[in-house]
Design a protein around this ligand. Structure first.
Ligand SMILES: [Fe+2]
Ligand SMILES: [Fe+2]
Length: 229
């Protein structure tokens, strides 16, 4: 499977993007339970792995992963009290959280080049579903850009495997089972070609996630040691 177009033709405004990455990282320092930067970088690593499995060359797979790191950048503009709320969300709170897709797109709106365009597509469309039941635009099938269809699977995989304020973590096996369940319809919730690549390489996906989580824990411990001297 080849992507619709080469992803390897530009890298946007690196200073502005580096600043956004730093801001994501600062959220984790201030509110470690949110794990926003950790989640973003793990989704980036998983997207790179899925990109490889989908036939992208190494450089394009790396760029896809780098762009995927910005998928939740819109959450920087949502109050932490809502993002980290442990209980069920009211309608307004749910709408506010769902607005992170458009907020992320807007945060990247001034960046130029193909890389920024890919990051914008991912930020706005990573919660769209292949069956047209996602948000914010209820797009379906290949109306959803290739990069967002890949990140959708990577994002759900990490979300299910991670601890959140409102849920416990799940095993790899339970996570794969739940993602497969989302694909029972015709069409299902995820791109069938991405799902085929995901299931064919799930041992690699699991290893990528384990590695990313371990390096995240090591970085957090190092940060704690430095702060406590
Ligand atoms: Fe998201
Ligand atoms: Fe996410």
């Amino acid at each position: 499977m080849k992507p619709d177009k080469s992803l390897n033709d530009g890298h946007g405004n690196e200073m502005a993007l580096a600043e956004l990455r730093r801001s994501l990282s600062c959220v984790d320092l201030a509110c470690p339970g949110l794990d926003l930067y950790g989640h973003s970088t793990r989704v980036g690593d998983l997207a790179t792995g899925l990109g490889r499995a989908m036939g992208l060359g190494e450089r394009d797979a790396q760029l896809l992963g780098e762009a995927a790191c910005f998928h939740d950048v819109g959450k920087l503009f949502i109050p932490v009290s809502t993002l980290g709320k442990p209980g069920p969300l009211a309608f307004d709170e749910r709408s506010l959280i769902e607005s992170h897709c458009d907020l992320g797109y807007n945060a990247l709106a001034n960046e130029t080049g193909a890389f920024a365009e890919m990051a914008r597509n991912i930020a706005r469309l990573h919660h769209e579903r292949y069956d047209g039941k996602g948000y914010p635009g209820r797009l379906g099938g290949t109306d959803i850009p290739f990069e967002a269809r890949i990140v959708a699977v990577a994002d759900v995989y990490d979300a299910l495997r991670s601890v959140r304020s409102y849920k416990a973590q799940q095993s790899h096996e339970d996570t794969v089972g739940q993602i497969v369940k989302e694909c029972r319809g015709d069409p299902g919730g995820f791109d069938p070609l991405v799902m085929e690549a995901f299931l064919d390489t799930q041992a690699d996906i699991r290893a990528i996630w384990d590695r990313a989580m371990l390096s995240r824990i090591a970085a957090t411990m190092k940060g704690c040691r430095e702060r406590t001297g």
